[in-house]
Design a protein around this ligand. Structure first.
Ligand code: MLT
Length: 401
């Protein structure tokens, strides 16, 4: 008899954004022609920038001729992209990360979900609450159900601290995401340094999701965990081009696993994680496509840098407009400054508030409860949309709220 992985029964039957998509489809069926404005899932709306488009067209042409054709590429990513990443995202910012510590992938979601395969089944996990559901669900699927939730509230500025951990049964792995999804909060360098010091003192690991780092505009806010002293010996970092350069549909990101970063066998023998992650990726993944990686490389050209920054500034402009409007309506709003997400305190049932905005204003948001217990009472609003739709959404919110 075929035995099922019963851990799947311990997670919600549908992924959060799939559940929202179902509700929106039902609403559209009941209200054909309703002009729904989608401020739910963080999916970009602006096209790829010209530098990326040009590079991808050229890459298509490469594939059209025998001499420049590319079949399987290196599973870790092409050197032309890894070298640019190392230089522009790290070394030029004074951070010690080399090209061979970077593994290119088809996005941060997959890497965040897959990385837990490197750890023993009994490792203890801690996550913020509210949290990007992928960190929790992938561990529960793998049988790690006993997850420590670190409350992220207005009181701690939505940034937990190692002092929030229980004295007994401290975690081996902590997921941190800053700028945060879903709250839009940012972590200061001392706050991240405290986690790095804690992890090094316990031979624990930080999984740092920096998917939204390109939205940071406030000087001094870390873009990378490796800005903290000692992070190379206790942290893996995930980056994504989805929000940075509009690659949600193109799919590309990367993970940094520094040389010398280790997990331990039962008898305490250190085992390097970089070769393990390389082994995992070369076994289960064939790499992001050549065309995609040429597109990603173009982000690092002077034109690509200017164009992607302009698009992010545009989304941040949307966020500012919505933040000010909601504050004007009397709501307390976090985020929307160094982040595309606004975390709005609605002081009530978040799914009910979601349903109300959908029914009365044709606006899709994300209910905070979908991100965990501590998300109840909030909704998340995404700034990824056209200016026209954002202005229209503000007018509708004013009408309804
Ligand atoms: C979100 O809306 O939280 C993100 O778009 C989801 C993702 O990046 O997978």
């Amino acid at each position: 008899m075929l035995h099922v992985n019963e851990n799947y029964a311990k997670i919600k039957p549908t992924y959060l954004f799939a559940e929202i998509a179902h509700r929106v489809s039902a609403h559209l069926e009941a209200n054909p022609g309703a002009k729904v404005i989608r401020l739910g899932i963080g999916d970009v709306t602006e096209p790829l920038c010209p530098a990326v488009i040009e590079a991808m067209h050229k890459a298509v042409d490469d594939e059209a001729g025998r001499s420049n054709f590319h079949g399987y590429g290196p599973e870790q990513g092409y050197a032309f992209l890894r070298e640019k990443i190392a230089k522009f995202d790290f070394q030029d910012r004074g951070i010690d990360i080399a090209a061979d510590e970077i593994l290119v992938s088809d996005g941060a979601k997959c890497d965040c979900g897959n990385i837990q395969e490197l750890f023993g089944p009994d490792v203890k996990i801690a996550v913020g609450d509210p949290v990007y559901p992928v960190y929790v669900d992938t561990n529960v699927m793998a049988g790690r159900g006993d997850i420590t939730l670190l409350s992220c509230t207005a009181e701690n500025g939505f940034v937990p601290s190692p002092s929030d951990l229980p004295d007994e049964g401290q975690p081996d792995v902590v997921y941190l995401c800053y700028p945060n999804n879903p709250t839009g909060a940012v972590a200061t360098k001392p706050q991240l340094q405290a986690w790095v010091d804690w992890a090094n003192s316990r031979k624990a690991l930080i999984l740092f999701d920096a998917a939204y780092e390109a939205f940071i505009r406030t000087p001094g806010i870390p873009h990378s965990i490796y800005e903290c002293d000692g992070a190379r010996t206790c942290a893996i970092e995930f980056r994504s081009y989805s929000k940075t350069a509009g690659f949600t549909g193109v799919r590309c990101g990367y993970t940094v696993v520094p040389k010398g970063l280790c997990a331990y066998t039962a008898d305490g023998t250190p085992v390097e994680l970089r070769p393990m992650w390389t082994r995992r990726q070369t076994t289960k993944f064939n790499g992001a496509s050549y065309i995609t990686q040429r597109g990603a490389e173009a982000i690092y050209s002077p034109e690509g840098q200017a164009q992607t920054k302009a698009t992010i500034d545009f989304y941040l402009g949307n966020a500012k407009l919505m933040r000010e409007a909601l504050q004007g309506l009397g709501y307390t709003v976090t985020g929307g400054a160094d982040s595309p997400y606004l975390w709005v305190d609605v002081k009530g049932d978040s799914w009910a508030f979601f349903d109300r905005l959908l029914k009365e204003a044709n606006i899709v948001t994300t209910p905070g409860a979908g991100f965990g217990r501590a998300g109840e009472g909030f909704i998340r609003i995404s700034a990824f949309n056209s200016r026209e739709n954002v202005i229209e959404a503000i007018e509708r919110l004013k009408g309804v709220l």
